[in-house]
Design a protein around this ligand. Structure first.
Ligand code: SF4
Length: 317
């Protein structure tokens, strides 16, 4: 497989099945610096939108991938190493992708810029939007998302409500819970009221399952998540593990591919095996080599072991 600069995967996604990731901003530019972020600390916290990477090159890579790589994918997902709506040409990138394929386009966003009309317009042609909203009070918002100073939680909520009023396709709202941070009774009550205003098609609740940016962050138990699910009502689901038949990768530099995927986010053995379509015994050998070579490390979180890159700033892969 050719080595791509802006594409990664397909990676297993708990919501988007086999998803080809498209990285619109360099690591790690974001409007937030979430305590649970799985891709590390924000290096540039900003609200400035610009063409962080050339859109023509992204579209060229997408076209090349679709023509040359014979891998089945369920979604093309704009996400990656930061906040994708910071890319000022995300609208034309979505249109460019849709002009060459019928594979649905998803945007995984923190939703923070939806209060800007230009961002709402840019996302109108995507097939599904997956925004997050982890807090509804200023205090909890500052604690969990650590946003750029000029951003208020009221503006974020209003942006989501306004976007819903003009967007006719699917919105899957994700709320990630960290124990003792955004799971208080009052916050949950206000969250429920806000969700009723946003009217998402689904509410996906989640907790920390991958190594977080801050080590002190801890997950909710399954029982606690079930309780919140019951409280939020019908359209709420707890995000479950991805599970599909393995596909076979015909060729490619598998070690490089593993490194490239892990550079975006740490994954468990099982996630990697599913995403790469590799048998576990095969994958085990590659991981053992990468561990031996000091390229990756393993870390336990909860009951699972996660693999992560040792130096994400190394751009050589
Ligand atoms: S979790 Fe998403 S929104 Fe939060 S800091 Fe990481 S990239 Fe940004």
């Amino acid at each position: 497989m050719k080595s791509y600069r802006y594409l990664y995967g397909p990676v297993p996604s708990r919501r988007l099945r086999r998803s080809l990731g498209i990285d619109l901003v360099p690591h790690k530019i974001c409007t937030y610096n979430c305590i649970y972020c799985q891709i590390g600390k924000t290096t540039l916290k900003t609200m400035t939108r610009r063409a962080y990477v050339p859109s023509e090159e992204i579209l060229e890579e997408v076209k090349h991938f679709l023509k040359e790589e014979h891998l089945s994918i369920d979604y093309l997902s704009l996400s990656g190493s930061g906040e994708p709506t910071l890319h000022s040409q995300i609208g034309s990138i979505i249109e460019g992708i849709k002009a060459v394929t019928s594979i649905p386009v998803a945007v995984i966003t923190n939703g923070s810029l939806l209060n800007l009309e230009e961002v709402r317009m840019d996302l109108l042609h995507a097939d599904v939007i997956l925004p997050s909203l982890d807090a509804v009070s200023s205090e909890v918002f500052s604690k969990i998302n650590r946003p750029v100073e000029e951003l208020s939680v009221e503006a974020v909520m209003e942006g989501l409500v306004q976007f819903r009023s003009i967007y006719k396709s699917r919105i899957w709202l994700e709320i990630l819970f960290c124990k003792g941070v955004n799971d208080g009774e009052d916050e949950l009550l206000r969250m429920k009221e806000t969700i009723a205003r946003i009217k998402p098609d689904w509410i996906h609740i989640n907790t920390v399952v991958r190594p977080p940016s801050e080590e002190w962050v801890t997950p909710l138990s399954q029982e606690e998540l079930e309780k919140i699910k019951g409280f939020f009502g019908d359209k709420t689901s707890i995000i479950s593990e991805f599970d599909r038949h393995h596909l076979h990768l015909a060729e490619g530099d598998i070690k490089q591919m593993i490194l490239k995927i892990l550079r975006r986010r740490p994954l468990s053995f099982s996630d990697l095996s599913k995403g790469m379509g590799m048998r576990k015994d095969e994958l085990d050998e590659y991981l053992a080599t990468l561990l031996r070579e000091g390229m990756i490390q393993s870390r336990r979180i909860g009951n699972s072991i996660y693999f992560e890159i040792l130096n994400r700033k190394d751009q050589s892969f």
